[in-house]
Write a protein that binds this ligand. Structure first.
Ligand SMILES: O=C[C@H](O)[C@H](O)COP(=O)(O)O
Ligand SMILES: C=C(OP(=O)(O)O)C(=O)O
Ligand SMILES: [Mn+2]
Length: 443
């Protein structure tokens, strides 16, 4: 293995299971029967890749372009995918949503937008509390994603057989997505949080995690000595790192150094997904951006305006679109002040007509969530299809203004440059210009 393959990470004895040597494995699922877990993982390991290494290499190039400012990455999908929603119309709805959002950002930014679903494997969830006390007083495992347990009370014990089901549901979803991309001509990639390490490592072939194109490290599993960072540092897939409000520049640089020891190999390998909460962006983000800038890492800056803006209203988890839009605006501004453009957006959304997030307009923000039928997320609240298109339309407006301000600056610079050059050079350029026009129109 040459050091150009994975940026020098091979030097310190990585393997798909070296994470097992680490003392910290946050959010680990405790199964009653480890032999059944091992058998399920062995079976998944024998099944074909869901995503091939060549496809992952193509995706890496798109992330590298986004790190240079010449592409944009849009990630969107459920907080927790539902096995029962692996249905053609629902998957197509998610695809069409991403397609429409991409078109809107593309027309604003004039760069290619690549779409990635939180899809085909977003089946494991980190939780604030491992257990939940029901109104009856009964204590059960918290819902941890369909790969682990079910939402119904009688399904809460972690069951390893779900991992094999998860593989099959992910394969069916990928199949439906490839048909959609073939019909519509816009490719879509898959992604999920790399959380369940037994599962992630059994789908690792050579240096690639073949369960998804893009994988991210969650806010709750970012410990520098932890198992998750150990696993992720060895794989070739482009990686996301969630950045919460308590992140310090030192901590961030340590994470970057572990995931990518060579700054020269860093082009787009790491995407920093900021999820700070609207009130924290202006204080927390500038030192992080400046530290990364000084370090020479070439990262993609992506905004997740969902996870820092959650609230609970009458016992129901929700988020306000106004706070989300404000977080993206503040993020764009802080990046711009440091000469960087936003490279991506990360949203929890669905194409369905759900009622889980609070729409714009502060007057209505006195929270009118009619629960029931239209509140059906398994974990965090998602933007509905209409809300998600609207939010991205508004973000596109901000990005359009950013692009036109840059163009204006460049034009001003060109004019200043024109006036700065000597009259001899100016005359020569005018003569050359006239000669070109003559050639074009009179020949
Ligand atoms: O998706 C993110 C987390 O899994 C989620 O926000 C955790 O929610 P909880 O605080 O209800 O456990
Ligand atoms: C768990 C998630 O986010 P975070 O790690 O940022 O809280 C998520 O993206 O669903
Ligand atoms: Mn979530």
């Amino acid at each position: 293995m040459s050091s150009t393959l994975n940026g020098g990470r091979e030097s310190t004895c990585w393997s798909p299971v070296s994470w097992k040597q680490k003392g910290i494995y946050s959010q680990q699922v405790k199964y009653n029967d480890n032999a059944t877990l091992d058998r399920a993982c062995a079976q998944i390991g024998r099944l074909p890749p869901l995503v091939n290494p060549t496809t992952i290499d193509e995706l890496k190039k798109h992330f590298a372009a986004a790190a240079r400012g010449s592409a944009f990455i849009l990630v969107g999908g459920d907080c927790a995918e539902n096995f029962d929603e692996v249905q053609e119309s629902i998957i197509r709805g998610k695809y069409s949503l991403l397609r429409d959002q991409a078109a809107s950002i593309e027309s604003a930014m004039q760069v290619p937008v690549h779409i990635i679903g939180r899809i085909a494997g977003q089946y494991a969830k980190p939780r604030s509390q491992p257990m939940e006390t029901l109104s009856t007083g009964e204590v059960v495992h918290a819902f941890r994603g369909h790969n682990v347990n079910g939402i119904e009370v009688q399904e809460r014990d972690p069951d390893p057989a779900r991992l094999v089901q998860g593989y099959l549901f992910a394969a069916a979803t990928m199949n439906c997505l490839s048909a959609a991309s073939r019909n519509e001509g816009r490719e879509v990639w898959s992604s999920h949080e790399a959380l369940h390490l037994e599962l992630e490592s059994c789908q690792t072939k050579e240096l690639y995690n073949t369960s998804a194109g893009f994988l991210w490290l969650g806010e709750r599993t970012r410990q520098i000595d932890g198992a998750h960072i150990e696993y992720l540092r060895g794989i070739e897939n482009p990686l996301g790192v969630k950045i919460g409000p308590t992140t310090t520049p030192q901590n961030l640089l340590a994470v970057l150094k572990t995931l990518c020891p060579e700054t020269t190999m860093s082009d787009g390998r790491i995407t920093l997904i900021t999820r700070l909460g609207v009130a924290n962006v202006e204080k927390v983000l500038p030192p992080l951006v400046q530290a990364v800038k000084r370090s020479q890492y070439r990262v993609v800056w992506m905004s997740d305006p969902c996870h820092g803006n959650g609230m609970v209203v009458d016992g129901t988890k929700t988020r306000s679109m106004s706070a989300m839009l404000d977080e993206v605006r503040n993020t764009i501004n802080v990046l711009r002040q440091n000469g960087i453009s936003l490279g991506g957006l990360h949203l929890e959304q669905t194409g369905e007509d759900v009622n889980e997030c609070i729409a714009y307009h502060p007057v209505d923000d006195s929270i009118k969530l009619e629960n029931g039928e239209r509140y059906r997320t398994l974990c965090d609240p998602r933007l509905s299809g209409v809300q998600a298109r609207r939010l991205v339309h508004d973000v596109a407006g901000m990005l359009r203004r950013e692009v036109s301000q840059q163009d204006q600056k460049e034009t001003e610079l060109q004019w200043t440059g024109w006036l700065d050059i000597s009259w001899i050079k100016r005359t020569r350029l005018i003569v050359e210009g006239l000669a070109t026009l003559k050639r074009l129109f009179l020949s």
